[in-house]
Design a binder for this molecule. Structure first.
Ligand code: ZN
Length: 404
């Protein structure tokens, strides 16, 4: 029952209906965006353009995954959560245990749908482009490890939320947010260690000219040389990439071994300068603080809705988990916009340190190696592109180099 102040609405819509409408609208918007992207790539695909064809297939696979996810979550909102709660009442199951059951079924199910879509993408897209090196066993083992990591972080969080809601103090939501924020912080802090412990083997660069160049670059930017490591990404993929993860002193810059093999020393240096730019401008710290603030707003909204709807703890947690993908989609345009600004800033930093030419060459080489497309439909870019397109990045670098 909807227990808000609008009597007319309560006769027409239950809260489950309201959430179902939101989840469905988010799904329809997602499908529209992926469909536009697929049509955009088809329209620009010439006969042998494998990259555009791959981007089209990826968009359709993502659309199918969105359909599976929305069907799964709607099923929980309207059928499974009420039935499990009823069963829990009959069998006298605690709210804490019911909350954990919802976490396993809802978040675990969504993660498996995501991994399955990734597996299909590897089979249909990456294999065709000769980018995949992961055996099915390795892929399944990685998915199982991801699930285990999510369980280790998720179960204490959900149990804590449930106990705080049951306690019912005036500021339970603030404590629930603090617990989530601590979990987020720990997860970001240990991300580099988890990467090397569970997924990849990391090693230092071998002695030589490249190592000397990169260490000189890091020292010049005030970053410890031990932050830089090479991981054996070629066990899974031929894609060329690099990343910076962690927070504060725990930050690590990981270079794919494929990157070292494919790019020249000057181009690798430009890539490391880009990652160093992220560290210098404290992008990860800003993302951490921004997510914290966003989480606080969500906590305020959830406590308001929970109070109006008079949900029990497990019911509120189940519905929160089932609507989380729609919630994330709703804020994605803002998140990816900020991320794209960070990328431009890091490119600008790399251009200052290594020169525009080296950065442009590195970007062009990486896009070619990864069979990336150089542009996307505007709606897709608005919602999903965490990085600017290759055309935008190189265009921005060229623009910065022109005399004003
Ligand atoms: Zn970047």
């Amino acid at each position: 029952m909807f227990n808000g102040s609008c009597t007319t609405c309560s006769e027409v819509l239950s809260m489950a209906d309201v959430l179902s409408v939101w989840v469905t609208l988010a799904f329809l918007a997602t499908c529209w965006v992926y469909w536009r992207e697929a049509r955009y790539q088809v329209a620009r695909s010439t006969g042998g353009d494998a990259s555009r064809k791959a981007a089209t297939k990826s968009a359709y696979i993502a659309m199918a995954a969105a359909l599976a996810s929305v069907a799964y979550n709607l099923c929980f909102i309207n059928v499974a959560i009420p039935q499990i709660l009823e069963l829990g009442r009959t069998e006298n199951v605690s709210q804490v245990l019911l909350s954990v059951v919802f976490l396993v079924l809802i978040s675990g199910g969504n993660l498996l749908i995501d991994r399955f879509a990734r597996g299909v993408s590897i089979l249909i897209v990456d294999r065709k482009l000769k980018l995949n090196n992961a055996s099915p066993i390795l892929f399944v083992a990685d998915a199982a490890k991801s699930l285990a990591v999510s369980t280790v972080f998720g179960v204490p969080l959900v149990v804590g939320w449930c106990l705080l809601m049951q306690d019912g103090s005036a500021f339970w939501w603030l404590a629930a947010w603090a617990l989530w924020f601590v979990t987020l912080t720990v997860r970001m802090l240990v991300k580099p260690q988890l990467e090397t412990l569970l997924f990849s083997t990391a090693h230092d660069l071998p002695d030589g000219d490249l190592r000397a160049r990169l260490e000189g670059l890091l020292k010049g930017c005030g970053i410890g040389t031990r932050s830089l490591q090479v991981i054996d990404a070629s066990k899974r993929t031929n894609r060329v990439n690099a990343s910076v993860t962690g927070l504060g002193r725990h930050k690590r810059i990981f270079l794919y071994d494929t990157l070292i093999k494919r790019l020249s020393a000057a181009e690798v240096e430009a890539v490391v300068a880009h990652e160093t730019g992220h560290a210098t401008y404290r992008h990860l710290g800003k993302a951490w603080a921004g997510l914290g603030l966003m989480g606080l707003l969500v906590a305020c909204a959830v406590t308001g809705i929970t109070g109006v709807a008079q949900w029990q703890a497990a019911e509120a947690i189940g519905l929160l988990l089932a609507t989380y993908p729609a919630m994330l989609l709703s804020v994605r345009p803002l998140l990816v916009r900020i991320s794209r600004q960070f990328e431009f800033q890091a490119d600008g930093f790399a251009a200052k340190v290594c020169g525009r030419q080296a950065v442009q060459k590195a970007l062009a080489n990486i896009f070619t190696a990864n069979h990336g497309v150089w542009d996307h439909d505007w709606a897709y870019a608005l919602v999903f592109a965490s990085h600017p397109s290759g055309r935008e990045r190189i265009g921005r670098l060229q623009q910065a180099g022109r005399p004003s």
